[in-house]
Write a new protein. Sequence first.
Length: 445
Amino acid sequence: MSLQTNSKVVTRFAPSPTGFLHIGSLRTALFNYVYAKQHGGKYVLRIEDTDKARNTPEFEKDIMDGLVWLGLQHDEFFRQSEHAGKHKIYLQKLIDNGAAYISKEKIEKEGDRAEVIRFKNPNKKVAFDDLIRGHVEFDTTELGDFVIAKSLDEPVFHFAVVADDFDEGITHVIRGEDHISNTPRQILIQEALGAPRPVYAHLPLILAEDRSKLSKRKHGEAVSLAYYRKLGYLKEALINFIGMLGWNPGNDEELLSLDDFISKFTIEKVQKGGAILNVEKLKWLNREYIKKMPTAELLNIVSAKMPNTQGEILERALPSIVDHISVFSDIDSLAASGEFNYLSNVDDYPKEKLFWKDESDGSVVINHFNFALETLKKLPAEPTAEQVKTALWDYASEKGRGQVLWPLRYALSGKDKSPDPFVLISILGTIQATERINAAIKKLS
Ligand code: GLU
């Protein structure tokens, strides 16, 4: 049945522009792209824009932009509406050869009669070997003579899909499991048109963490690529994440690039059961890709978000900033809540904050500060955290770590929570650190 002999693989992604590019559709696009590329074939993008009431140019643009941004560049592009002439010819052909007929039918509500084109169902068993789901059989009898067009100019979805797949030479139909029940109808139409049958692969559903079906109504924006993109997720992380919704390389490898998918993806190993969209996993992946970014690029992004912080300080603070975020938009919320204020100034704080637990003797704290000031003088202007730690550790161990390090950290950051004082000094440099310790001494005096 299949036309695999000597034919080049041609896959297609066929979104209907009736909504923003959905994570599930994106996985369909990715697997079609990857499958075509790994077989030296062609990947077609076909916008199925025949539902005029629900299509919008805005959604079409969102879909195209999203795919290009992720690097899933198509080799050929079609818009289904541009094939209306062809659809008409095929419909006429089916009517002429008796495979379809025009039927005048009463429209329930209006009591009018209208014409539809119905497919003459041969009422037989249709079987196909799905690359993922294995052998699938359907008895098409219960489908009856199903409608394939409202008129010669208005084919329904099943018909248009089959006609276009035929015209575009699609060899592999890789799509969501929600389409599996359409397949028998489409096979019957193919046979009537004399079209070769493509190989089918139906991908498992994508489920939310509570195992409910992912839907826009229930899960809102979090189903669309645009949402993750707006939050600043990196495309590498998104590709990696989406490619592992229902597939994995069979070992413990977690970080896979688009090229890795092309070399490692095995469609037969895609799981049959629903794939759970685990946002924590996406966050983890995103952090891994942030950590891999070249410092200069990272610095550009971070400094645009924190314009009040001195460049050198920001550069030294980068590892600690990155440590606190999963996605770049986290910087905005952390900065808004004052988390990074210490990089440019110390928020005012009451002097009691400088006392560790039930300590209340300011002169003891001043002594620790003086030791720290003496130590800073002996360090390079921009010491590493390790150097600072080595210089202060024995003293802190002897006098009590909390007693020494808490006030020091507070004096340097003005915050209950911040990096440890060694890191703070390495970020601020000894000059600023000295100023901040002196200001704390002043408060206590
Ligand atoms: N246009 C259909 C959809 O967006 C896909 C049709 C197909 O893949 O066969 O769900």
